[in-house]
Design a protein around this ligand. Structure first.
Ligand code: NAP
Length: 483
């Protein structure tokens, strides 16, 4: 998604000598990787769209995965992005050899570029649970991002570990089809109903005939989500209380059995973990063929899962809905900047960036959806597009002033991250009493802790005094040392 946005916007800004590297055989990123049943996007379709390719034909208010994947492919084709993609070409190494970047592919090819933009996404390295005996399971087992569609589910005993956004969608979608659905829940989650709606033919006609309506609805969802949800997560108690109330009411209305309801009730604040928008989970978990198992998992055994109460839950299929490594970003590609600085070592499990897009010591290396971007429940497409505009401002500066490179100053990076660090404790992600994938090795959530519109506005107003403007890269080492 970010790569497509980057190519379209860069070209529009006059930067046409572009090459895209893609590790697989298709564009689409997360929408290509995730193909599990029930996959949908809980950000409204009208807003989860490229601003330059609004789509009158969305079939639902919240799109399903295959439709978004088709939209990604269509946009990439329509805008001539697909033509410049080197498919099945993973990038294994990026080394800065001033003033260029040397890029090495998995096949050992080496190319040289002036600028590198990392558009590698956030959640793409699946995490398998560290549970003893995982490999001993004799049934069918896969991670949600590697769904095996050849495995039949009808009438079978299915187990799923995890109750995040992914698991909730899967459980909602398949429970009525399987024999038994066993949900292994470590921590309950707050869920807000998803106001799904199918769009009528007349709506599509209106959107197509009056394109201004598409822009209007894009802006409506953009402003509404940022104003309400965005503000809630960064500390607006009134907005948070509304979310809490909606989640509590949802649970109360949907789950009548007090014992089951108690098991499903979190002991932390709503929106602390990434909030789940899902209306199908509670009807599924309250159905006769579903079991919510809250006893801890002791180990996986050949026939299923043994919990700490000594019980063995026999399973035919085991689905691992255990999430992703959210701290890797472009890694495991090895990225080496000035003076041999290694990106993985610099991050050391706590990735940070300057304004989520740049790193000191890594000139002309820009990240989309990089560390500390404002990701919580907003449209990542909008965020990416703003970041691309920021990168374009950097390129324009280089072009206009004949610079060889631009990189954040270490002092700017430190000040920016210190300001965020000081503010993070006031966000619901940190103060809400939960653990989540937002936390990294540093022990704080790796997210932008101010209002998202502040970030988006900043993306349109780069302050170049925060950057080292490198006129001649031969001076670069000296400047770097002086800093
Ligand atoms: P996740 O939110 O990280 O959830 C992982 C689940 O697995 C949690 O319930 C976790 O329990 C459980 N788990 C992990 N290791 C375990 C273990 N060893 N034993 C027992 N349980 C274990 O992952 P996800 O559901 O794949 O979602 C990741 C993110 O993808 C979401 O937060 C969201 O940002 C994105 N997403 C978005 C959409 C959308 O509609 N836009 C849909 C799906 C996903 P604990 O809570 O106890 O850690």
């Amino acid at each position: 998604m970010s790569g497509i946005a980057a190519v379209v916007k860069l070209r529009k800004a006059g930067y046409t000598d572009l090459t895209v590297y893609e590790k697989t055989d298709k564009v689409g990123g997360t929408w290509r990787e995730n193909q599990y049943p029930g996959l949908s996007c809980d950000v409204p379709s009208r807003w989860y769209s490229f601003s330059f390719a609004l789509n009158p034909d969305w079939t639902h208010r919240f799109s399903y995965g295959p439709e978004i994947q088709a939209y990604m492919e269509k946009t990439a084709n329509d805008f001539g992005v697909t033509d410049i993609v080197k498919f099945n070409t993973p990038v294994t190494d990026l080394t800065y050899a001033a003033p260029h970047w040397r890029l090495t592919t998995g096949a050992g090819e080496v190319e040289q570029y002036d600028i590198v933009i990392s558009a590698t996404g956030v959640l793409h390295n699946p995490v398998l649970p560290k549970i003893e005996g995982l490999d001993s399971f004799e049934g069918d087992m896969f991670h949600t991002a590697r769904w095996d569609h050849s495995v039949p589910l009808e009438g079978r005993k299915v187990g799923i570990i995890g109750t995040g956004s992914t698991a909730a969608q899967i459980i909602g979608a398949i429970t009525s089809k399987v024999g038994t659905m066993n949900v292994f829940q470590r921590t309950p989650q707050w869920m807000i109903p998803l106001p799904q709606r199918e769009y009528l033919g007349i709506t599509k006609w209106l959107m197509r005939t009056f394109p201004a309506l598409q822009k209007l609805t894009y802006n409506f969802y953009f402003k509404t989500m940022v104003k309400h949800f965005g503000q809630a997560t960064v500390g607006d108690q009134k907005e948070l209380a509304k979310i809490q109330e909606a989640c509590s009411k949802h649970l109360e209305d949907a789950v009548k059995d007090p014992e089951l309801r108690a098991k499903l009730t979190p002991d932390y604040q709503a929106a602390c973990k990434r909030l789940i928008f899902c209306s199908d989970f509670y009807p599924a978990i309250t159905s006769d063929n579903a079991n919510l198992i809250t006893e801890g998992i002791e180990r996986i055994v050949p026939e299923g899962i043994k919990t700490v109460d000594g019980k063995t839950h026999e399973l035919d299929v085991l689905v691992l809905a255990t999430g992703f490594d959210a701290t890797s970003f472009i890694l495991p590609t090895k990225v080496t900047g000035e003076n041999g600085r290694d990106l993985g070592e610099a991050w050391d499990g706590s990735p940070r960036a300057h304004r989520a897009v740049g790193m000191p010591g890594f000139p002309n290396f820009w990240m989309l959806e990089g560390p500390t971007g404002p990701v919580g429940n907003l449209s990542l497409i909008t965020i990416t597009e703003h970041q691309v505009d920021y990168v374009i401002a950097m390129l324009n500066k280089m072009r206009d002033e004949g610079l060889e490179g631009i990189a954040p100053k270490q002092t700017s990076f430190d000040a920016y991250n210190a300001e965020m660090q000081a503010r993070v404790p006031t966000t619901v992600w940190a103060s809400g009493g939960c653990d989540s994938w937002y936390f990294d090795k540093s022990g704080v959530p790796n997210l932008y802790p101010f209002s998202p519109d502040r970030y988006l506005n900043d993306m349109h107003d780069p302050d170049f005094s925060e950057y080292r403007l490198i006129a001649d890269s031969r001076e670069s080492d000296a400047v770097q040392a002086a800093e």
